[in-house]
Design a protein around this ligand. Structure first.
Ligand code: CAA
Length: 418
């Protein structure tokens, strides 16, 4: 089991992000939430401070600081504004497929441009009829001479329109079950590629979430990720394992930020002749909120450390645990923070209701928390053989024999749960 490791370098990037969050992000968060526009000055601040290279290895122009560092940066940005946190984090999401499965040539070509901020990048997986069931996508890519021709549409592309490079998952072999999908890199401006519906959202309003459409969109054959078709679903799943601790960190940042506002307000709000922070009911709420935030932080760092240390056996489960736990904590803590602000908390003049709106999506995107729990349970059931010796301590009753399943029935039941 990998212990939590936070390097000096990761702490450095956390400090840089903290400064950007307090000096650039927090003062403008309310405005860009209201107008639902992307804050260019925040993008400039990422670039000027080198934040877009944090997770990219040094050999591809980044700082090679790893996923713990990435999570600390996302937490700091999200503490000030959840929208800004994801506007940053989706660049990691968009570039992870290349790190997971790209050829050396592809990495050399694109990753330095992402690290420098020359190209913002987006991740196009979901479709109207394929959200949780990502493998059920319909968007197609067909080889025609030395080009892949894309047709179809993707849904909920975060950063769409701002990004100039898109990692697009499409069906390249409709007849195959396990090698149906591939990822193709599409540059903005490619004929046949268009950003259409820009969504009007409850939260994370400063970052665009769009539909991307492809109509006979031709991309060079060498843009197929990894150079070999059929690896797309594995690349997508491997990507989500790397990216989910980042969503967890976004939830953590939102919860931490809301807690800080709640304590500050509770000390200043006078009711019944005393600050509400002196009242037991409020202290109980604050104490539970703070405890859950710390528990979430532990899990985020544990999952991110497992990624950095290449603990592949643990990553899938820990990534899902951190994502579902920290984002549920985000929803609970931000909701309670609104409660502590009382009537004022519900009003847009105050900063706290935005935290609650921003938190909601973290329970949904990059795999709903229900999907995360399915992933966790699948891992647990797979690992359960380690404990089969415990059967010796569980008495066998006659109904066990009566209910005994044949090997085939057991296999079928296994399939049903996995
Ligand atoms: N790493 C590598 N390979 C993996 C893997 C992983 N973590 N998980 C599964 N695979 C492989 C399996 O080994 C299997 O390979 P074979 O065919 O060779 O055996 C293949 O992928 C299929 O696996 P499953 O049978 O487990 O696939 P499934 O159809 O049951 O789906 C799922 C699994 C976990 C439900 C998956 O579909 C999933 O994660 N769904 C959620 C989708 C999601 O998270 N979408 C987020 C969109 S991005 C977004 O929201 C971003 C944003 O806007 C900010």
């Amino acid at each position: 089991m990998s212990a939590i490791v936070i390097t000096e370098e990761a702490r450095h990037w956390q400090e840089v992000a903290h400064k950007v969050a307090e000096e650039v992000v927090r003062p403008i968060a309310k405005h860009f939430d209201e107008v639902q526009e992307y804050p260019e000055e925040v993008k400039q601040a990422y670039i000027e401070n080198g934040l877009l290279g944090v997770w990219i290895p040094k050999e591809y122009g980044g700082h090679g600081a790893g996923i713990v560092a990435l999570c600390l940066v996302i937490e700091e940005l999200s503490r000030a504004c959840g929208g800004t946190g994801v506007a940053y984090a989706v660049n990691a999401l968009g570039s992870f497929p290349m790190l997971v499965g790209g050829t050396e040539e592809q990495k050399q070509k694109w990753l330095p441009q992402v690290a420098s901020g020359e190209k913002m990048i987006a991740f196009c997986l979901s479709e109207k009829f394929a959200g949780s069931d990502a493998g059920g996508m319909q968007c197609q890519a067909r080889l025609d001479g030395d080009h892949w021709v894309l047709n179809g549409e993707k849904k909920w592309t975060t950063n769409g329109g701002v990004a100039s490079l898109y990692t697009v998952f499409a069906v390249t072999d409709p007849t195959s079950k396990s090698r149906r999908i591939s990822a193709v890199m599409v540059e903005q401006g490619t004929p046949g590629f268009e950003v259409r519906k820009v969504e009007d959202k409850m939260g994370i309003r400063c970052v665009p979430v769009v539909e991307t459409h492809f109509e006979d969109c031709r991309v060079p054959q060498e843009n197929l990720l990894g150079g070999r078709p059929g690896m797309g679903f594995k690349h997508a799943m491997g990507t989500l394992d790397l990216a989910r601790p980042g969503v967890a960190a976004q939830g953590l940042g939102l919860a931490q930020g809301a807690l800080e506002y709640a304590v500050t307000y509770a000390k200043r709000r006078i009711q019944f002749g005393a600050p509400i922070s002196s009242m037991g009911v409020i202290q109980d709420m604050l104490a539970l909120m703070a405890t859950k935030v710390e528990a979430a932080r532990g899990l985020v760092l544990r999952a991110a450390t497992a990624v950095d240390q290449g603990d592949t056996a643990a990553v899938n489960k820990l990534a899902a645990m951190s994502k579902s736990f920290a984002t549920d904590v985000a929803m609970e803590v931000t909701t309670n923070a609104v409660q502590i602000f009382g009537g004022y908390g519900y009003m847009k003049d105050y900063p706290i209701e935005k935290y609650m709106r921003d938190a909601k999506i973290t329970q949904i995107y990059e795999g709903t928390n229900q999907i995360q729990r399915m992933v966790i349970a699948r891992n647990l059931i797979k690992e359960a053989d380690k404990f089969s010796y415990l059967n010796a301590y569980i008495p066998t009753e006659s109904y066990d024999t009566y209910n005994a399943l044949s090997e085939e029935e057991l296999a079928a039941a296994g399939e049903a749960v996995s």
